[in-house]
Design a protein around this ligand. Structure first.
Ligand code: SF4
Length: 418
């Protein structure tokens, strides 16, 4: 979401002649687009902002994003911060910068809507993000996102299709649909419309492929899985499970049972062989004892995820879980995080071994790495040269080898499949 919105803000400024300051240059304007999903994110935000102010003394520093929405005052009080714009004001921020630059007020003062970024080509990456939804109507007890991004809203159906056409016509190979809660997507008449939207998108895709950023467990059903069989639909699902314990899921106010989750994943694997499955897990939630932690671990192994994003629980102000306290000591949370990170790397290796010898469609990234539709990442073997290929180009690659890495996923060695 933030990548898309950052590209969107920058595209307004780029059209007016602004350019990105290079690492060694001093910027005149700096925009820090923040996240507030964990306490750690807040600490990182403040460090990035202070560092930006210190290293660019002549710049005007603006802060926007989720942390700016929920903790405006804290940010306004950091010496050197020039302006703070919450999420609802984010799309008007580039116009404020233009006004500051031009020294006159010429742009609309009301906040533009949250989908007002159009014709946004990816800046510095080959795969484009397209935000189709924002906000969330669920009430997970630990989560601050509804406070930071409000209730669910959807981008107009035809507008999404126009944006997909625009990206495809401009040669963007991969379009990643993003939103806080993609499966919640609603049509103009208020009816559920995520599958209708996907059908509409798939009808116009000839060159580009689509990928879903993340999808909630209850939205993974036969309808979605059948659509995913389409050749331009990446065989990749990131489904946040958060916990494998029934008790913890209930306390988290997640709306599914581990058994229902298991059934959905089994169906997904049956319908889409070699599907890459990723997930998010929170460890150290107040009611997670060693027993519940082990239940989670067991389910992750059983379902064969290929990648885990592991977060230590942190109390977020204003959430329901704030009243549960934070009884699990930091060291214990750290142990559980490390345990699952090492599990993630083992699971990734297992998945990697299952695809050796197989061929997939990959896209060449600007850093010389290839990313396949099922999210395998790596480089070509030394015997293959890619200097005749262009960044962003599709090519079929064969998985020759996999080089595991400690506590993170390793890299593939690919061969060109001509
Ligand atoms: S589904 Fe739950 S965790 Fe995800 S954004 Fe909504 S409230 Fe937060």
């Amino acid at each position: 979401m933030n990548f898309f919105e950052t590209d969107g803000m920058y595209s307004v400024l780029r059209d007016k002649g602004f350019s990105l300051a290079q690492a060694e240059e001093e910027a005149q304007y700096i925009v820090v687009n923040t996240c507030t999903v964990t306490n750690k994110a807040d600490v990182k935000n403040r460090n990035i902002i202070r560092n930006a102010i210190r290293t660019n003394p002549g710049a005007k520093v603006y802060v926007t994003g989720c942390y700016a929405e929920t903790d405006k005052e804290i940010l306004q009080n950091i010496p050197g911060v020039f302006g703070v714009f919450g999420n609802t004001e984010k799309s008007s921020l580039p116009y404020k910068i233009l006004e500051d630059w031009e020294g006159k007020e010429t742009y609309p003062h009301k906040a533009l809507d949250r989908f007002s970024y159009s014709d946004v080509l990816p800046e510095g990456h080959t795969r484009a993000y397209l935000k189709i939804q924002d906000g969330c109507n669920r009430k997970c007890s630990y989560c601050k996102i509804p406070a930071a991004r409000g209730l669910g809203v959807s981008r107009n159906y035809n507008d999404v299709l126009d944006q997909v056409r625009y990206l495809q016509d401009n040669g963007v190979g991969e379009i990643q649909l993003t939103g806080v809660n993609l499966g919640w997507y609603r049509l103009e008449n208020g009816e559920k419309g995520f599958l209708n939207l996907l059908e509409g998108i798939l009808k116009i895709l000839e060159y580009s492929r689509i990928r879903l950023s993340s999808i909630e467990p209850p939205d993974v059903g036969p309808g979605l899985l059948d659509l995913m069989k389409h050749s331009r639909f990446c065989k990749f699902l990131h489904i946040p499970i958060q916990s494998g314990s029934r008790k913890v899921l209930k306390d988290m106010r997640r709306t599914y049972h581990p058994d229902a989750f298991r059934t959905r994943i089994e169906l997904a694997k049956e319908k889409l062989p070699n599907l890459f499955l990723g997930t998010d897990v929170i460890v150290g939630f107040p009611s997670e004892t060693e027993i519940e932690f082990q239940e989670t671990k067991q389910l992750l192994v059983e379902l064969g995820f290929a990648k885990l994003h592991v977060f230590p629980y942190s109390v977020r102000k204003g959430t329901t879980a704030e009243s549960f306290g934070d009884p699990i000591p930091g060291d214990e949370k750290k142990r559980r995080v490390l345990d699952l990170m090492s599990l993630s790397s083992a699971l990734h290796t297992k998945y990697a071994e299952s695809v050796i010898g197989k061929t997939y469609e990959a896209i060449l990234e600007s850093d010389g790495r290839f990313v396949t539709d099922n999210y395998l990442k790596g480089r070509l073997a030394d015997s293959f040269r890619f200097d005749t290929l262009q960044t962003g180009q599709f090519v079929d690659v064969r998985c020759l080898d996999y080089k595991p890495a400690k506590d993170r996923e390793g890299e593939f060695v690919f061969g060109l499949s001509l």
